[in-house]
Design a protein around this ligand. Sequence first.
Ligand SMILES: [Zn+2]
Length: 153
Amino acid sequence: MKKRVVGSKAKAKHEKALVAGRPKPASGGATGHRPIKNARHHEVGGVTIEVVAAANGQVKRVVYPPGFRWSTHMKPVVGTALCMHGHVGFLSSGHVRGQYGDGCAFEFTAPEVVVLEPGHDAWVVGREPAVLIQFDAAGETAQRFGLPSEHRH
Ligand SMILES: [Zn+2]
């Protein structure tokens, strides 16, 4: 009985909020996305990253702004010649092109599943931010997903 009362109060409050119109989130940041619940949030090289620990890995939302290029904006921070992370995820918006060290090219246009081997450069195409929902295990991502440690044939 008590639970029903609490539930209906919560529902009434929610409905009132909807009628009043939802304000912009206070901490939505430059990406225009509502913050992910319980996520750690940081920015590097103009890229906005939200991370939530999940099972024995983590789920991320990574927003790459228009004009972003890994070799221009991230390479000086990371210090490797190419991005040495494996990426497994879902490009929910935007358009990305890139190239592996051996010249093999790739391109992803949302909505599209993304699998990238370590050893690549990549950049955002067009004026829309690229939003990647990524599943990873930090430095163990390639190994965990059965990717090679670096792109090769
Ligand atoms: Zn190749």
